[in-house]
Ligand binder design. Structure first.
Ligand SMILES: NC(=O)C1=CN([C@@H]2O[C@H](COP(=O)(O)OP(=O)(O)OC[C@H]3O[C@@H](n4cnc5c(N)ncnc54)[C@H](OP(=O)(O)O)[C@@H]3O)[C@@H](O)[C@H]2O)C=CC1
Ligand SMILES: O=C1O[C@H](COP(=O)(O)O)[C@@H](O)[C@H](O)[C@H]1O
Length: 583
């Protein structure tokens, strides 16, 4: 029984909301399949928490489970109103880069927008010795106000910081988590406590933390959820081991494996675009789509994260998770509903229908030093935390195939690289040519040169545009390629929330749709593990490319092999880019 040791540290605690106490034993009860966006009740005012699928669900108990709570409420000295819930959010690894850069700012943004429940507390936990004041000081440097709503921002910031506390401790000492538990309890007094732990720490200490938190700091009566950051292992085997170890202490529905690309606005919009517009879904198949590209490009190297990066490489860092997740969302069949399990079921089917990658399907590269305009750029191996003979790829392009009826034969060209010529992430869909094209005289013999292309620009300058052929106004018949363009900055006034905001909100609401289920993870690793093993066992060296370039030449051959073309920019794209620069 996986939870048999759950109470070993603190007599009053048990590790999951989905456990019922029966005849002195802890029994697990599944709540997978529910769409549990919780309502938080704050004093007399009902605070409906909207999660990202937009559902406002029927009233639930505070454990995120629709059955009655069968716990000895009285012994926790709770307010007579059981709905007086509180959420304690503990950021484990609070002194680290991700916590400072993303997690605390996202929590503040949620608070600023009134998305957090009225009663909540944020705890930072790490080994560094910090006081509450020092933590607040550290956090305050990275909090920002929404550009479109600066009003009262500094007051809100101060109020938020007053809800932030710190507890220092080791990651593998139950005693230290007991200390944390005491501090959490002090803040939770009189309220129904729910607890969220965000593991913003290196993956080799995930299991220690989960063991200690589960034994000593899980919510005594409410839900306990754990957000786990990537990497979820290095290959199929280590990922399964990690999952098995976590499941010694947590039920699957307590584990929120985060992939922050799933929280990005345009990735979230993919399903809306496809399933709520009649013009796209009928075209979404091998019959009309020639190829799909999923591109991630950064215009900087591994600066500061070379140590981590070198033992993972770009395939594990970006492709196996961020790009593959987008691909699965892009290619899945219509889910039965927007519920997490329905969507994740469809994604798993896509992943399981894909062909595992072989070395011939892939081009790998590594950036080398380069001088341009009097400035010199380092090579990957110039990073002092990277071994000088490292052959870890910083670039990879792969042709992937989904062997199902919808996508048979359509190449999905997946490309990710650091230190390239631009920063951006996008999905490019190239359509087939119009059969029997009346205008072939205008296009010449290569009909594939002038086909429609749909571009979903995930970042920066979020946009969706469709390249169409159009008649140039005037007498005569001249065609050109133009864009139907939905540029977010021009259309929508409000600032786009950071991905971590959406994901944190969903984890608090118990919405699992944008988190990775263990079978999805398994299926994703199965596609990459044989390739990674072969690259490493055979010491296959990456092709070098200059820092700031378009990547290795081999990637262009791979694209050409699959008839993936780079179109010259349509005229109005250039105009729009100029306009964007001025915004
Ligand atoms: N940074 C980023 O942009 C991204 C990070 N991630 C993932 O998020 C997690 C956190 O990343 P990040 O904040 O960059 O990590 P850090 O290296 O900054 O580590 C976070 C904290 O963990 C503690 N720590 C660091 N190394 C060790 C160690 N060897 N043993 C024990 N404790 C250690 C430190 O706290 P202290 O010493 O005070 O205990 C540190 O402040 C990682 O899993 C990472 O892969 C994912 C996507 C992007
Ligand atoms: O997960 C990661 O993502 C970042 C890029 O995230 P973005 O939201 O800024 O696009 C990447 O730099 C990092 O290497 C990787 O671990």
């Amino acid at each position: 029984m996986v939870f048999s040791s759950a109470n070993s540290c603190c007599s009053s605690s048990f590790s999951t909301s989905s456990i019922k106490r029966q005849e002195g034993r802890l029994l697990r009860k599944t709540n997978v399949g529910l769409a549990p966006c919780a309502h938080f009740f704050a004093g007399p005012r009902a605070f409906p928490l909207k999660c990202s699928n937009g559902h406002l669900l029927p009233m639930e108990n505070a454990s995120g489970d629709s059955s009655p709570v069968e716990v000895p409420i009285k012994q926790y000295n709770l307010s007579p109103d059981q709905n007086m819930t509180t959420v304690s959010i503990t950021v484990v690894g609070a002194s680290g880069d991700l916590a400072k850069k993303k997690i605390f700012p996202a929590l503040f943004a949620l608070y600023y927008e009134d998305f957090l429940p009225e009663h909540f507390t944020v705890f930072g936990y790490a080994r560094s010795e910090l006081t509450n004041e020092e933590l607040r000081n550290m956090i305050s440097k990275t909090l920002t106000c929404r550009i479109d709503k600066r009003e009262n921002c500094s007051d809100k910031m101060e109020q938020f910081l007053q809800r932030c506390f710190y507890c220092s401790g080791q990651y593998d000492l139950e005693e230290d988590f007991k200390k944390l538990d005491e501090k959490l309890k002090q803040k939770e007094t009189g309220r129904f406590p729910n607890r969220l732990f965000y593991l913003s720490i290196p993956s080799n200490i995930f299991v220690d933390v989960v063991r200690c938190a589960s034994h000593c700091a899980s919510s005594p009566i409410g839900w306990t959820r754990v957000i786990v950051e990537k990497p979820f292992g290095r290959d199929s085997e280590s990922s399964r081991e990690l999952t098995a170890s976590l499941k010694q202490y947590l039920a699957e529905d307590q584990i929120f494996r985060i992939d922050h690309y799933l929280g990005k606005e345009l990735v979230e919009n993919l399903s809306v675009l496809r399933f709520s517009n009649l013009v796209f879904e009928p075209l979404w198949s091998r019959q009309y789509i020639r190829n799909v590209q999923l591109i991630f490009s950064e215009d900087f190297g591994t600066e500061g994260r070379g140590g981590y990066f070198d033992s993972y490489g770009i395939i594990r860092d970006i492709m196996q998770n961020h790009l593959l997740q987008i691909l699965a969302l892009f290619a899945m069949e219509t889910p039965v509903s927007l519920d997490a399990e329905d969507i994740r079921n469809e994604k798993v089917k896509v992943l399981r229908s894909m062909r595992a990658l072989e070395v011939d399907d892939v081009v790998i590269g590594q950036y080398k030093g380069h001088s341009k305009g009097g400035k010199s750029y380092p090579s990957y191996t110039d990073d002092p935390t990277v071994p000088s003979n490292s052959i870890t790829p910083t670039f990879a392009a792969a042709a992937m195939f989904i062997d199902n009826a919808r996508w048979d034969g359509v190449p999905f060209l997946v490309k990710a690289g650091k230190a390239l010529h631009y920063k951006g992430a996008e999905i490019r869909v190239q359509f087939r040519h119009v059969p029997g094209n009346l205008y072939r005289r205008n296009f010449g013999t290569d009909l594939d040169k002038n086909t429609n292309e749909l571009v979903i620009r995930v970042q920066p300058n979020e946009a969706i545009y469709l390249k169409i052929n159009n008649k140039v106004p005037g007498l005569g018949m001249r065609l050109d390629r133009s864009n139907l363009n939905l540029l977010y900055a021009a259309k929508y006034q409000s600032e786009i929330p950071d991905a971590y905001e959406r994901l944190l909100l969903d984890a608090i609401a118990g919405e699992r749709r944008l988190f990775i289920r263990s079978d999805e993870l398994d299926a994703a690793w199965a596609l990459f593990t044989p390739l990674l093993r072969e690259l490493e066992e055979k010491h296959i060296a990456p092709e070098l490319y200059p820092y700031g370039s378009r990547g290795p030449v081999g990637a262009h051959y791979l694209a050409a092999k699959h008839n993936v073309r780079k179109y010259t920019k349509a005229k109005n794209t250039l105009i729009l880019q100029k306009m964007e620069k001025n915004w």
